[in-house]
Structures are given as C-alpha cells and as structure tokens.
Design a protein around this ligand. Sequence first.
Ligand code: SF4
Ligand code: SF4
Length: 96
Amino acid sequence: MVGSVNIDEKISSVKFFVDEEYPHLRIKDEKVCLKCNEKPCLNFCPAGVYRLTEEGSILISYQACLECGSCRIGCPFENIIWSYPRGGFGVNYKFG
Ligand code: SF4
Ligand code: SF4
C-alpha cells in the first residue's frame, strides 16, 4: 500500500539560497495585471509566490519560488518575466 504525501511538509523541507540582489521573477507591465480579472497566478503557483495587494497589484515573493516553471505558461497575458536564479542561488531539493 502506498502512503500519502503531505505537500506542505515536502515544501517546508526544501532549502533556498536567496539572491537578494536579483529577482528572477518580474511582472512585465503592472497595468496588465490590473486588467486581468481571473488572476490565475494566485492559484497555479504551488508556493504561493504571487499575492494580491490591497491596491489590486501583484506582489511577487520570488524568494520562495520552487522553479516549477508553471508561471511561464500560466499567465494568460505572458506578463511574467521568468528565468532561473543566478548560479548558486535558488531552491535546493537535496534536503527534501
Ligand atoms: S495572471 Fe499574469 S496578468 Fe494576470 S494578474 Fe497574474 S501576472 Fe498579472
Ligand atoms: S516557477 Fe512555479 S513555484 Fe516559481 S513562481 Fe512560477 S509557479 Fe511559482
């Protein structure tokens, strides 16, 4: 019998090497987000990187990115600039 997997536990077990000088995720044009009614980025990110501010703009906590790549295809307006973190930074699954 296969045991169940707790995703939150798995995510909390990974280690991050945060690059404080270079955010590898950015919004291209904040005005586009204001017009995006569904805002799927609030749902497709497994790490909850995208959050809505009271003003209606999108806040990105790139430090918690799991580098799954979903936001490369999930934004209907291709309004997210995505790259891998610079060498030596980003998520490390060795401890997960
Ligand atoms: S899905 Fe894309 S356009 Fe819509 S709010 Fe999120 S980042 Fe902005
Ligand atoms: S790559 Fe995955 S974990 Fe990182 S911000 Fe995009 S959806 Fe979230």
